[in-house]
Structure formats: structure tokens, C-alpha cells
Design a protein around this ligand. Structure first.
Ligand SMILES: NC(=O)c1ccc[n+]([C@@H]2O[C@H](COP(=O)([O-])OP(=O)(O)OC[C@H]3O[C@@H](n4cnc5c(N)ncnc54)[C@H](OP(=O)(O)O)[C@@H]3O)[C@@H](O)[C@H]2O)c1
Length: 511
């Protein structure tokens, strides 16, 4: 009996081991710290901080932009509040009864043109709301970079957010980090996809700038440590790991770990837009984000002070160890948060299939009758996507992913966070789980670039002693282009989906 699929109820999610890093911290739980608000809880860092705070005994309130059932079960005991930092009223409400707030909001997904103004407005609202609600402290994680030099728009914006938060009466603790390395972190995903896919690299001059990467577990330790250390209030700390490396050096370490022969060729051509675009095609990180992140490679990001080490002494993880730990997590199928799962922006705000007033414009359904059990069929279709492929016509799915990347969409490189189960909001290549009901339904929402909205549903319906296994494609559009797209795809749908359900049925066990 294959028991790989974990169901989606709260008990199962809650009983999954969450990585805890703070045991060796020199500080300890302080009940006087009261209620802690974690913003950006759906993000990469926030998602790792919440379980740590809860395990230490803190009353935690998580702030998300739109409610999703995922959060009710993900951290049982945490309060969930829905608020957008761009609305000061919502943030004020979210801060009622809060003592300390983590500011882990980042609008990078809005792309190079919009993120900076959104981030500064959010920070201003947050500061003003914190004053009204009498918060005792704000803790902000921003970016490293010497503010005396010309910083990239991304690093400049991170520094501006720190300045904006500090303008108020509430003491702010600022932590500044460079590249954060951990399973699912943007930097790790970029580096590992590049090294796995390429055998030679062009090295422009900026790739020899220095960087001080830090392991995600050490970032979480510092975030918790400064909360528990009163002397950290109102202070700014640079946090980094023990190694200072060039970006070229970072690629080389990963190639060594993978035992892969890679050739590095120094070139004078330094246009970052070009390298960012190529990187976006080869990695799960879309172009607007690679543009923002790689724009910062022109700056050296090395700690300018080490005072955090006096306040919170513990042994930091090296860059090599951080990479090995991230790979191990992937091998164990135990990645907890992934940066790429947060893209596209505000996925929770996307219109759901059941919210379409008049239903989708087009529907195409393919089904078969089977005697296999619902549990077995459900397990079978929940294995779809990622490195295991799409049961049938993998090359066509891959081609669709490549076309999407060329159009600056998410493509299929995001894969899956894990293969042992699915939850609402999990990413599967260019899809996202919108609904999942044990032994019954899996509904995926498309996040690729299409002239409309698309969903793909797998469903099991009992019919006497047998059951109907169906795949249904839903498509909603009100444009000519959208309709043309649907009709152009229909012949492919016919072959792909009919064969897809046959394969799902074949690969499910008789039980
Ligand atoms: N990850 C790194 O490698 C790294 C390195 C150095 C510094 N940092 C710093 O660490 C902090 C957290 O980064 P991260 O990697 O965790 O970011 P992330 O994964 O991109 O998450 C950003 C979070 O901000 C939320 N958000 C965006 N706009 C919002 C709004 N208007 N109102 C409320 N929430 C909003 C997002 O919510 P939705 O899910 O609703 O979009 C998401 O939870 C940032 O300040 C970043 O500069 C990160």
C-alpha cells in the first residue's frame, strides 16, 4: 500500500515536523514580550519564523493579505489576521493588542518599476499604525549594502524602508542581510539551477564582487534572538555567515559539491538586464525578480559591523554547509517554505473558480469509469508535475513551460516544493493548488501567461460500485484573443487530457 500522499486536514499539516533552529540561542523565551505580529508570514522568511516563535511559547499573530484555509491548519494556535500594509486602517486593526511586530513585507514581485514606491508606502503606514497602537518594538529584516555608495534600486529601497520605519517613536531593530541561503530561497534556487544546467559560465566583472551569504537558519536565529534581547531595541545590525565570497566563488562551491566540471570564462560584457533575462529562462525566478535581485550584484554586500556577534554569539553555518543543508532538505522532501511559491503577487487574491459569477466561458471534460479505489486514484493524480512529470506528453508540458518563460511568465521550472503531499496554495510547475479534497478533487489554477484564466480539475465521483475519474479544463475569457487561444488548444487538450487520465488510472494501485 502506497501511503505517500498526506491529506490536507489540519491534523496532518500540524503533525508535520517543522524545522526548528533556535535551540542553541543564548537568549530564551520571555513571557513579558506579549503578543508578536509577524507580517510577510506567507513569505519565505516569515514562514520559517512563525513556527520557531510558536515553539518557544510566544503568542503569535500572523498577518496575511487574504485569508486562505491553509493558514488555519498550518500553525495551529496562531492568530490569523488579514491586512494589507498599503491600508493603514487594516494594519492598525491587525496591531491591536500587539507588543512587537516583525516587518518582513517585500513587494519585489511587483517588478522593477513599482516595488520601491509600494514598499515605502507600506513602511510609512506600518510606522504610523505602530505609533497609534503603542507597539514596543518593530523588527525589520532588510538588505546589506554600503549606503555611502550608489546602491541598486533594490538595496536602496530596502535601506529606505529601514529609514522610514525608524522615523517614528517605536524603537526599530534593523537586521541587514545579503544573500540568504536555504532550501527554496531565491538565491539558492538561482545558483543551483544555473550550476545544474550549465557547463560553462561567462563571468562579467560584477560577478567578482564580494558577498557575505548567510544560512536561513542563522537569519531565523538572529530574528528571534534580537526579540529576546532588550539591548537590540533601536539598533541596526549586519548579519552574515563566516564566508566572504565572490558570486563566481559561490557558483564554484556548488559545482564542487555536485562534483560537476564547470568552466568559467571572464568576459567584459556586463549588461545585467541581459544576464537577468537569461537567468530567468534557466531558473524558476521570473525576469522582473531576477532583474531586481541581480541589479544588486553591482554592489558589494559584506557586513560592515560584527556587533551582533557580541550580542548573540553562536556558531554560524558556512556557505558550503548551508548549500548541503538545503540540498538535504530537498532530498528529504522536507522543504518548508519556498521563495518561488510566493509568485505571482498576492496569489491568494486571485479570483477562484467558484467566484466566477457566471461560471467559466469554456469547459472541456474527459472521463473514464474505473473500479480502482478513490484513495488510490487520488494519490495517483496528486503526484502530478515537478520532476515526476505529467503522466503523458511531458515534452508538450515542458514546451508550454518554455514558451511561458520566453514570455516572462513563471514557466515550469518552479516544480513542486514536495512530493509527499499537497496543500492549498502549493505550486505545481505553472499551476497552483486552489482546492484539494481528500480522495475526491484536486483543482489547479493556471499561473502561466494566457489571455484569460484557466483551471484544471481532477475529480473522482462514486457511481455504484465503480467511480468516474475525470479531468476538466475550465477557461474564462471575454476577449477574441482568449477565445482563439482556447480553440487553438482544444486539439491538444483532446490528446493530452484523455491520455492523462488513462495514465493516472493505470498508475493508481488496485485496492
Ligand atoms: N530571501 C532573501 O534572500 C533575503 C535576503 C536579504 C534580505 N531579505 C529580507 O527579508 C525580508 C523578507 O523577505 P522574503 O524573502 O521572506 O520575502 P518574500 O518571500 O518575497 O515575502 C514577502 C512577503 O511580503 C508580503 N507582502 C507583500 N506586499 C504586501 C502588502 N502590501 N501587504 C502585506 N503583505 C505584503 C507577501 O505576501 P503575499 O504572499 O500576499 O504576496 C509575502 O508574505 C525582506 O525585507 C527582504 O528584503 C530577504
Amino acid at each position: 500500500m502506497d501511503d505517500a500522499i498526506v491529506d490536507n486536514n489540519a491534523d496532518n499539516i500540524a503533525s508535520r515536523p517543522t524545522p526548528l533552529y533556535c535551540e542553541q540561542l543564548p537568549t530564551s523565551f520571555d513571557p513579558a514580550l506579549g503578543r508578536i505580529l509577524v507580517t510577510g508570514a506567507s513569505g519565505y522568511i516569515g514562514g520559517r519564523l512563525v513556527p520557531e516563535l510558536m515553539a518557544r511559547g510566544y503568542k503569535v499573530r500572523i498577518m496575511i493579505r487574504s485569508f486562505s484555509p491553509e493558514y488555519a491548519g498550518r500553525w495551529p494556535g496562531a492568530e490569523v489576521v488579514v491586512a494589507d500594509v498599503l491600508s493603514q486602517d487594516q494594519v492598525k486593526k491587525a496591531m491591536e493588542g500587539v507588543d512587537t511586530a516583525y516587518y518582513l513585507v517585500h513587494s519585489l514581485v511587483l517588478g522593477p518599476k513599482e516595488f520601491a514606491s509600494a514598499d515605502i508606502e507600506g513602511a510609512k503606514n506600518f510606522r504610523e499604525a505602530a505609533e497609534v497602537q503603542g507597539l514596543k518594538r518593530i523588527i525589520y529584516l532588510g538588505g546589506l549594502g554600503d549606503v555611502r555608495n550608489k546602491l541598486s534600486p533594490h538595496l536602496h529601497s530596502r535601506a529606505q524602508v529601514a529609514e522610514e520605519l525608524k522615523k517614528g517613536k517605536v524603537p526599530v531593530t534593523v537586521l541587514r542581510a545579503a544573500v540568504i541561503v536555504g532550501s527554496g530561497s531565491a538565491s539558492y534556487e538561482i545558483i543551483q539551477h544555473l550550476v545544474k544546467r550549465l557547463s560553462f559560465f561567462f563571468i562579467p566583472p560584477w560577478a567578482r564582487n564580494r558577498c557575505q551569504p548567510i544560512a536561513v537558519r542563522d537569519v531565523v536565529k538572529y530574528l528571534v534572538g534580537v526579540l529576546e534581547h532588550p539591548a537590540a531595541a533601536g539598533q541596526s545590525f549586519d548579519i552574515g555567515g563566516p564566508d566572504v565570497l565572490t558570486y563566481e566563488g559561490m557558483l564554484k562551491v556548488l559545482a564542487e559539491i555536485l562534483n560537476k566540471k564547470v568552466v568559467f570564462i571572464a568576459v567584459p560584457f556586463a549588461n545585467i538586464h541581459f544576464y537577468a533575462y537569461i537567468t530567468s529562462l534557466l531558473t524558476p525566478i521570473p525576469d522582473p525578480i531576477t532583474e531586481c535581485l541581480m541589479g544588486s550584484l553591482n554592489n558589494e554586500v559584506v557586513c560592515q559591523n560584527e556587533k551582533i556577534k557580541e550580542l548573540l554569539p553562536f556558531k554560524n553555518v558556512t556557505y558550503r554547509e548551508a548549500i548541503v543543508l538545503a540540498m538535504t532538505r530537498e532530498e528529504q522532501d522536507a522543504v518548508y517554505t519556498r521563495w518561488s511559491d510566493a509568485y505571482p503577487p498576492a496569489h491568494e487574491l486571485a479570483l477562484k473558480l467558484k467566484e466566477l459569477g457566471e461560471g467559466p466561458t469554456f469547459v472541456a471534460s474527459y472521463s473514464l469509469l474505473t473500479a480502482k479505489s478513490a484513495a488510490s486514484l487520488f494519490r495517483s493524480f496528486c503526484r502530478i508535475g515537478g520532476r515526476k512529470g505529467w503522466f503523458y506528453g511531458n515534452w508538450m508540458w515542458r514546451l508550454r513551460g518554455i514558451i511561458d518563460r520566453l514570455m516572462l511568465g513563471v514557466g515550469d521550472a518552479r516544480g513542486r516544493k514536495k512530493y509527499s503531499g499537497l496543500n492549498i496554495n502549493d505550486v505545481i510547475d505553472f499551476w497552483r493548488v486552489e482546492d484539494i479534497q481528500q480522495d475526491k478533487t484536486l483543482l489547479l489554477r493556471a499561473e502561466m501567461k494566457i489571455p484569460g484564466r484557466a483551471w484544471l480539475e481532477f475529480n473522482i465521483t462514486e457511481l455504484g460500485t465503480q467511480r468516474v475519474l475525470s479531468t476538466t479544463a475550465y477557461y474564462d475569457t471575454h476577449t477574441f484573443l482568449g477565445s482563439a487561444y482556447w480553440y487553438a488548444c482544444l486539439p491538444f487538450h483532446y490528446f493530452i487530457f484523455r491520455n492523462l487520465i488513462k495514465q493516472i488510472e493505470d498508475k493508481s494501485l488496485v485496492s
